[in-house]
Ligand binder design. Structure first.
Ligand code: GDP
Length: 427
């Protein structure tokens, strides 16, 4: 059985949670590999509607082992709340495991996230202020505290004493904020450790065992390709790699083990926070897509910026991830639109270009060159066979497939599991 990486192909919120929930029916393991609780998946299934921030979307299947991989940064309090909420609604979480190498979000990370954003004033990144960026910064700066450290109180105290001293200097001397108490933070994280200890493991061994047993493993992405720190719209990016390449590092397996890379695209584009978005619609059509698609953040409730499908960005995303197939979501959101546009190139300073510029200032000046297609203007959420889709919807999908040069494996026509059209085999 293969390993399938499920990757956000745009700016996040593509519907990865639904796709993973669907594919997890046949999986044995789901590993979340990047981001933190700034990401959020909404999953609608027979248990009800759930908003997950850290726990992999496979948690609803008792036989599926869910792993929060080393590439994720974990806020223990958020994780414990999420576990409690799932348990209250009858979802078992005994099969949830946390990599002992995953870094923790500490109280100074959340404080610094807010203070740093405020100091950027007009140049704020639009972070969720949940401490994700500062936690990844500390990981790279070798100042991080990891889940495994919670299992040894002496190690934790020694590490915390060293790091907190340094962080308190920054909080007080640079930002004029109050220092944090070592005693309080230590006691709080010892309590978290006691609660989370049954879940903390060397998870790569579990992963290897599943691979050796030839079981289906899903690598669950968070955020999207265009937010990658290397390939996204830097500096308006996230802090860990949401790419297929990042899935190996963040889950703990070698690239040759990944057999399929499924890119999840919406049939249009959305973006939260700052940074350029060439196809953004600041008009009634943008508002209509937002309302039809309920395009408000799972984690923050922030309205998402909406725009036409950007095939230039999509080709770029396909290239750097090496997608073997596409899951196209939210086709139903376009049901009422009389005309649809697809961006097929950019006009940049009088020249036509067909690539996604690295420079955000240049990307910000790009004007989309669009093709126009007729809308189908009829509901499609009940449809389960590709051939039953209105011809105009098929034409739209075919054009997206041509432009991304990647086979479309499935089309999602609604939030629920069964509101899915299987077009071709993912495997
Ligand atoms: P993720 O982080 O990529 O999982 O995306 P989000 O959970 O932030 O946003 C996806 C939203 O779209 C969720 O509310 C899903 O229930 C919903 N969704 C997923 N697929 C479809 C679809 O095909 N049609 C509609 N209308 N909603 C969908």
């Amino acid at each position: 059985m293969p390993v399938i990486a499920v990757i956000g192909a745009q700016w996040g919120d593509e519907g990865k949670g639904k796709v993973v929930d669907l594919l997890a029916q046949k999986a044995r393991m789901v590993v979340r590999f990047s981001g933190g609780d700034n990401a959020g998946h909404t999953v609608v299934n027979p248990y009800g509607e759930f908003k997950l921030h850290l726990i992999p979307s496979g948690i609803f299947y008792p036989r599926v082992v869910c792993i929060i991989g080393n590439g994720v940064v974990i806020n223990p309090s958020v994780l414990m709340d999420e576990i409690a909420q799932l348990n209250q609604r009858g979802v078992d979480t005994t099969n949830l495991f946390i990599s002992d190498r995953a870094h923790l979000i500490m109280p100074y990370h959340t404080l610094l996230d807010g203070l740093e954003e405020e100091s950027r004033a007009g140049k704020a990144i639009g972070t969720t202020r949940k401490g994700i960026g500062p936690a990844f910064t500390d990981k790279a700066a070798r100042l991080g505290i990891r889940a495994g450290d919670l299992l040894d109180k002496e190690v934790l105290l020694e590490r915390l004493r060293f790091v907190l001293d340094y962080k308190n200097t920054i909080l007080t001397k640079i930002y004029g904020a109050s220092p944090l108490s070592l005693d309080e933070v230590y006691t709080q994280y010892c309590q978290y450790g006691e609660r989370l200890a049954p879940h903390i493991r060397e998870t790569t061994i579990m992963l290897e065992e599943a691979l050796n047993r030839e079981e289906l493993v899903l690598l669950e992405g968070a955020q999207g390709t265009l937010l990658d720190p290397d390939f996204g719209t830097y500096p308006y990016t996230t802090s860990s790699s949401p790419l297929a390449g990042g899935s190996c590092v963040g889950a703990g397996l070698g690239p040759a083990r990944v057999s399929r890379i499924l890119g999840v695209f919406k049939t249009y584009c959305t973006r939260v926070g700052g940074g350029p978005m060439p196809t953004e619609l600041k008009d009634e059509t943008g508002d209509l897509i937002r309302e039809q698609g309920h395009e408000y953040g799972t984690t923050t409730g922030r309205p998402r910026r909406c725009g036409w499908f950007d095939a230039v960005a999509a080709r770029f995303s396909t290239r750097i991830n090496g997608f073997t197939g596409v899951a196209l979501t939210r086709l139903d959101v376009l049901d009422t639109l009389p005309r649809l546009k697809i961006c097929v190139g950019y006009k940049l300073d009088g020249n036509t270009i067909d690539y996604f510029p690295a420079n955000v200032a240049a990307l910000g000046r790009c004007q989309p060159i669009c093709e126009e297609l007729p809308g189908w203007q009829t509901p499609i959420s009940h449809i389960r066979e590709y051939e039953q889709l209105p011809l105009k919807a098929q034409q739209y999908v075919t054009r997206l497939q041509e432009l991304t040069s990647c086979p479309i494996n499935l089309i999602s026509v609604g939030p629920e599991r069964e509101q899915t059209i299987m077009v071709s085999s993912i495997l």
